[in-house]
Design a protein around this ligand. Structure first.
Ligand code: A3P
Length: 303
């Protein structure tokens, strides 16, 4: 446990405990053209980022072969926002050249959108996100699958050595970065009608990737790349993204801890928790979900 960084004990709704994080990053200058991909970690963020990239910039292999982290920077709170990252975000995009896919840019706005990833709770995002009306795409995934995925991620990237049952406890009591899960999810879900927020489900992306891509394209007001859809679907397949050094995070994240054999692109399936969670753990998840959603209209993952 001690090897987990930033372990903040907090309960489901306790936003004030985040008070220390309400610092300079909240003044980050936003643009109306910014497009944010937001999520709780391990919910399909990388997949959604690459999808958005393909729709906005076009599937231009000379650009998409750059690491996704550089094309689509990760915006975190101050401790992790280096001056270099702020500068990189302020001067994006770095590929401001005319190219065949240029028509896929958001022409109506007359500028290139910056594409930005975050795991921040909506209320901890820069204030300007709301006033500038930049667009947010929030991706949500079954918390039981998120927990399994995060368990492996935490072993690999944070050196966690405890067992899975203890990890379930930590997940349900939000003793990890960017939790609590439901607080993160509901902060976006509850504002989906009033703010610029499109909610995607990881499971829907599995079931109908083209359908979800069309939803995103309409929301972002970019043309649907009819002719390239099969190529983009192939590009976004798990197998392809796992083999693609620009999206599999291997070169950027390997070496943080000794090699554990766990890959960032691990399984990429729906319902992995059914192979892992015991009856008792499933029950704990169910009680936790029912408690956290008792006043919510959030319809999924309640079983
Ligand atoms: P698993 O660990 O269950 O395999 P994030 O990007 O938010 O960290 O989410 C990572 C999870 O999304 C991992 O889940 C990863 O395998 C999965 N993922 C990434 N790309 C995917 C794709 N193209 N198709 C399906 N799942 C994908």
């Amino acid at each position: 446990v001690s090897s987990l960084v930033n372990v903040v004990p907090h309960s489901f709704t306790a936003l004030p405990q985040y008070a220390d994080f309400h610092t300079a990053h909240r003044s980050f200058p936003c643009r109306s053209s910014d497009i944010w991909v937001a999520s709780h970690p391990k919910s399909g963020t990388t997949w959604t980022q690459e999808l958005v990239w393909c729709l906005v910039r076009g599937l231009d292999h000379s650009l998409s072969s750059k690491p996704l982290m550089n094309r689509f920077p990760f915006f975190e709170w101050d401790s992790l926002m280096t001056p270099e990252l702020v500068q990189a975000l302020e001067s994006m995009p770095d590929d401001n050249v005319e190219k065949p896919g240029a028509q896929w840019r958001i022409l109506e706005r007359g500028d290139d959108p910056r594409l930005i990833k975050t795991h921040l709770h909506r209320e901890l995002m820069p204030r300007g996100v709301r006033s500038s009306k930049s667009k947010i795409i929030y991706v949500v995934r079954d918390p039981r699958d998120v927990c399994v995925s995060l368990f492996h991620h935490t072993i690999k990237f944070l050196g966690y050595t405890g067992d899975f049952d203890h990890f379930v406890d930590m997940f349900l009591s939000a003793r990890y970065e960017f939790g609590p899960y439901w607080s993160n999810v509901l902060s976006f879900w509850n504002k989906r009608k009033s703010d610029n927020i499109l909610v995607l489900k990881y499971e829907d992306m599995h079931a109908d990737l083209v359908g979800e891509m069309v939803r995103v394209a309409k929301y972002l007001e970019v043309p649907i790349p009819e002719n390239q859809l099969p190529e983009i679907v192939e590009h976004l397949s798990f197998r392809n993204m796992k083999d693609n050094p620009a999206t599999n995070n291997e070169s950027t994240m390997d070496g943080l801890v000794e090699n554990t054999g766990v890959k960032f692109m691990r399984k990429g399936i729906v319902g992995d928790h059914k192979n892992v969670l015991s009856v008792d753990q499933l029950k704990r998840f169910q009680v936790w979900t029912q408690t956290c959603l008792k006043d919510s209209d959030f319809p999924y993952y309640r079983d």
